[in-house]
Design a protein around this ligand. Structure first.
Ligand code: NAD
Length: 369
């Protein structure tokens, strides 16, 4: 791992100006010995970010938790005992004022506030010259996403989006085997919790699978059909989507946050092969159809099938994601999940929502609301 040698802050040390997402992002002429990190939003998922940063710090990674920002006063108060010595702020402006006063040094931050607040919080950080890892989805609207991407480019800051299944070891392990996926089935089911209700199940859960399929198919969307229903919240809680890509590949997605079980599966077919990924168990199953001497007919048997389970080295996707983000912060390499990729996922998610609304009107589903 490349690591900068000189001791200084990244802020205000920009040497190049290239707006391409493929370029080095704001080559820093001097970099911090240890990355000062802030977690913004210490709710259910922000707590995981806090744990990972502490684990990395404890295991010798040159990152230290410099600040936590949590708008819920009671929750913020409780954090003091768990994170002694870490400054805790009620809002981002107070944190940035402490940075400007030289009381703390923050070079990078995770944005773990509800999606509706991603844009406001992330842009304040980018404006202050801080690299950001924004939880998925990038923002609540395309206008917000575009503004964030433009600001990160202008400020030459790292903007990584938290599509963490990209870092799932099972997904990583499948990449060498991808040749021509033509049919996907994605299932992501969760038991209801009163979290992330500022968004529907598409932005809450399905975005993970949309991101993975978009990254594997690499073809524009040709058409989509969608149905979705609110069940326990006032937004769509369960949805089914069929997408056809320009390549002819078809993907079916089912996402539910009102299920009785937790399922995280992606299955796909490509010529002579079926692939099943269990994101939660981090395992892979391949079933290959062996070439046969004679054409398969009514008497074809299962003997022509070969099952295999490639080895997957387990790892926590969130830890791998944050390590990758820190690597980008240090080296100024573009992040593994860019703002533009996060925007593509959001654009597709919003198209799905429009298709769901159209279907609801056509089918007179207003009684579900
Ligand atoms: N990558 C994943 O797998 C994954 C999983 C769950 C949630 N998420 C994402 O993480 C984000 C947070 O989700 P959650 O489930 O932790 O929600 P949550 O409601 O449990 O936590 C959000 C926290 O942010 C605080 N907050 C709200 N506005 C704030 C502000 N302006 N400044 C500081 N703090 C503020 C709230 O008080 C709360 O403690 C969402 O964007 C969600 O989509 C990602």
């Amino acid at each position: 791992m490349a690591f900068p040698l000189r001791k200084a802050t990244l802020r205000g040390n920009l040497a190049t100006h290239d707006h391409s997402e493929n370029a080095l992002v704001g080559v820093a002429s001097a970099s911090p010995q240890s990355i000062g990190f802030a977690v913004i939003g210490a709710g259910a998922f922000g707590s995981n970010h806090l744990r990972v940063i502490r684990e990395l710090s404890d295991s010798g990674d040159l990152v230290r938790l410099a600040a936590i920002v949590e708008s819920d006063t009671a929750r913020g108060r409780n954090l003091h005992s768990s994170f002694p010595g870490v400054r805790i702020f009620h809002d981002v402006d107070a944190c940035l004022a402490a940075c400007a006063a030289g009381e703390i040094q923050v070079h990078a931050a995770s944005v773990c506030v509800p999606t509706s607040a991603h844009a406001a919080v992330a842009s304040a950080l980018l404006q202050a010259g801080i690299d950001v890892l924004v939880e998925k989805p990038i923002a609540a609207s395309l206008a917000e996403a575009d503004a964030l991407i433009a600001l990160a480019s202008l400020q030459q800051r790292i903007l990584q989006i938290g599509h963490l299944e990209r870092f799932n070891p099972a997904v990583h392990a499948v990449h060498p085997y991808i040749h021509m996926p033509m049919f996907f089935e994605a299932h992501r089911l969760s038991v209801f919790t009163p979290r992330s209700l500022d968004v529907d199940v598409i932005l809450d859960l399905m975005v993970h699978d949309l991101d993975i399929v978009l990254s594997l198919v690499q073809s524009p969307v040709h058409s989509l059909q969608a149905v979705g229903l609110p069940v326990l919240s006032r937004k769509v809680d369960i949805a089914n989507v069929r997408i056809e890509f320009a390549s002819g590949c078809v993907a079916n997605f089912t996402a539910s946050r009102v299920s009785t079980e937790r399922v995280r599966k992606l299955r796909f077919f490509q010529p002579h092969q079926y692939v099943s990924i269990d994101y939660a168990r981090q395992d892979l199953l391949f079933i290959d159809v062996k070439p046969q001497d004679s054409a398969p007919g009514p008497h074809a048997t299962l003997s022509g099938l070969a099952l295999s389970k490639p080895t997957v080295t387990p790892g926590e996707p969130l830890r791998l994601e944050i390590e990758s983000f820190l690597e980008s912060v240090r080296t100024r390499r573009q992040p593994q999940v860019t703002g533009l990729e996060g925007r593509s996922v959001l654009a597709l998610a919003l198209d799905i929502n429009a298709a769901i609304a159209e279907h609801a009107t056509r089918a007179h589903l207003d009684r579900f609301v």
